[in-house]
Write a protein that binds this ligand. Structure first.
Ligand code: EPU
Length: 335
């Protein structure tokens, strides 16, 4: 059933818990409801909101927030080595990961406990511990309000990159993702090469699906604040990608700086390390701050406005630029 709210408070609908309002918010359960809504009217301003985990409202939203609620997970096919699973956009991402792990299906375990909904996963190509959603996505089904049609985009056409996809590019603001299909492996494919994951997995008795999931959950809980308690949106900034020569120059000056290989021979730097070394980890300014265990995360310690968070973000960006000459971009969508 469509649920239509007018002049609605958003504090409980965004993980930063900032108190802004939306002129209208429409929740839909089925694809038919979504099509019927847009067939009746094409609002001049609208956008999709999943769980509100990657968004910072700095003002009231004057348009229509469209919220998918369908939360089915179904097997759509299998062969001797893999299973095709469709998850609707409103499924809680971590419920999908738990579902796959319980059934012995590999591919999502490194992405355990990432907050958000399935529909948001392809948009910013969520990633952690060496894995990205795009590695297992087969295709994405979406509705296009301009034409009132549904279409399916295969993974090759999604242009997945580091925290990037076609949904942040040419399709931005033009489609509503309704479900995503994943190809998951029945054959064990442990990938525990990233950071502490190997050690944490070995400590639990080896690289089983359950142990990897438990290890990832434990590492995340130790570093990242719980959004139910402290307002935040996970990594506020993206890790900057620079030319290899620029990274080598920086290594001469800061030999312990982490550098990872990026696509096309470039180098990915750790924004968390840069912010930390610029002296801002744990920095507080009124009701906002830089998280004291992971400098990539900004926190609302209670009652802050989106504007206060944004002012802190700009200060962090300026400080990193002054110290390292590197511009760090926000990962969170700022409205
Ligand atoms: N580091 C510091 N100080 C900090 C934070 C990090 O020195 O305050 C150093 C770490 O010691 C490490 C390096 O920076 O050498 C990288 O840190 P970490 O492994 O914690 O990962 P990250 O690059 O900071 C990324 C993702 C996270 C994801 C982790 C693990 C981005 C923007 N963030 O963080 O994703 O959980 O890797 O894979 O790519 C998110 O997107 O919300 C998120 C939490």
């Amino acid at each position: 059933m469509i649920k239509d709210f007018h002049d609605i408070e958003l504090a409980d609908r965004n993980s930063f818990h900032v108190r802004q309002r939306a002129a209208r918010l429409v929740e839909f359960d089925t694809e038919d409801e979504l099509r019927d809504f847009f067939a009746a009217e094409l609002p001049s301003q609208w956008m999709v909101m999943g769980g509100g985990n990657n968004i910072l409202f700095t003002a009231d939203y004057r348009g229509v927030l469209v919220v998918p609620r369908g939360c089915g997970i179904a097997v759509e096919g299998e062969d001797h080595e893999s299973v095709i699973v469709r998850a609707e956009a409103g499924v809680e991402w971590d419920d999908l990961v738990a579902w796959a792990v319980e059934r012995g299906l590999w591919g999502l375990e490194n992405l355990s406990l990432i907050p958000g909904k399935v529909g948001a996963a392809p948009v910013q190509n969520i990633g952690a511990y060496g894995a990205e959603a795009g590695d297992t996505i087969l295709d994405v089904r979406m509705f296009c309000p301009e034409t009132c049609n549904f279409l399916t985009l295969s993974a090759e056409h999604c242009a997945f990159g580091y925290r990037d996809s076609v949904f942040k590019g040419s399709l931005r603001g033009r489609v509503v993702i309704t479900s995503v299909r994943f190809r998951l492996s029945k054959i064990p494919r442990p990938d525990v090469g990233y950071g502490d994951l190997m050690r944490e997995t070995e400590a639990r008795g080896g690289a089983t699906l359950r142990n990897i999931r438990d290890a990832v959950c434990s590492i995340r809980r130790s570093k990242l604040p719980d959004t139910a308690v402290t307002g935040n949106a996970g990594s506020f900034f993206k890790n900057p990608v620079v030319d290899r020569a620029a990274a080598d120059d920086m290594l001469l000056r800061w030999p312990d700086m982490p550098v990872y290989p990026a696509a096309d021979g470039r180098a990915k730097l750790a924004a968390g390390w840069l912010i930390d070394r610029a002296g801002m980890k744990g920095y507080r300014e009124g009701r906002v701050g830089v998280h004291d265990r992971q400098a990539l995360v900004l926190v609302n310690t209670g009652g802050a406005s989106g504007g206060e968070v944004l002012a802190l973000a700009r200060k962090v960006q300026r400080t990193v630029l002054e110290k390292f000459g590197i511009e760090i971009e926000t990962e969170v969508n700022i409205l």
